[in-house]
Design a protein around this ligand. Sequence first.
Ligand SMILES: O=C[C@H](O)COP(=O)(O)O
Length: 178
Amino acid sequence: MLADAGLKWVILGHSERRSLCHESSQVVAEKTVYCLKQGVKVIVCIGETLAQREAGDTSKVVTEQLGEVAKSLGSDASQWKQVVVAYEPVWAIGTGKVATADQAQEVHQTLRSWLSSNTSSEIAQSTRIIYGGSVSAKNCTELASLPDVDGFLVGGASLKPEFADIIKSGSAKDPSSK
Ligand SMILES: O=C[C@H](O)COP(=O)(O)O
């Protein structure tokens, strides 16, 4: 239905779907495969809760979430080209508590390394890993400059004039920095 309506992208695995609708990572992976078959590209959201971060489980949680998608897509670079990974710490979504640059870079780098080890170095380098969670005009420039942050998934700020500044921050990145 979405493909028939001309939609090019969907967001899957948002934290609200995972928590309110009990959508598992396996279901997210199944939906990802289905969307790609229909020619619809996918933004897959992953991210830890505050309790998981405080327990030191962030890397485990996000790589397990990504791992379910990787089980389905394998090392097929043509499939991964249709997928964007969105790291969205649950505690940062809509809260005004953005991840620090160090926190964001650490997780993004972990995800890229994990992709390299579990798919291929080509897929790891070419897959866009974007950040979401209280991105604003105030924090976008620093976050956009991080080597493994390839863009943003913006919620609240996308409805405000500052969204223009967030879009512009994407051009601040040195493409050779990754
Ligand atoms: O759904 C939107 C994203 O989860 C981020 O939302 P936010 O930028 O308002 O925190």
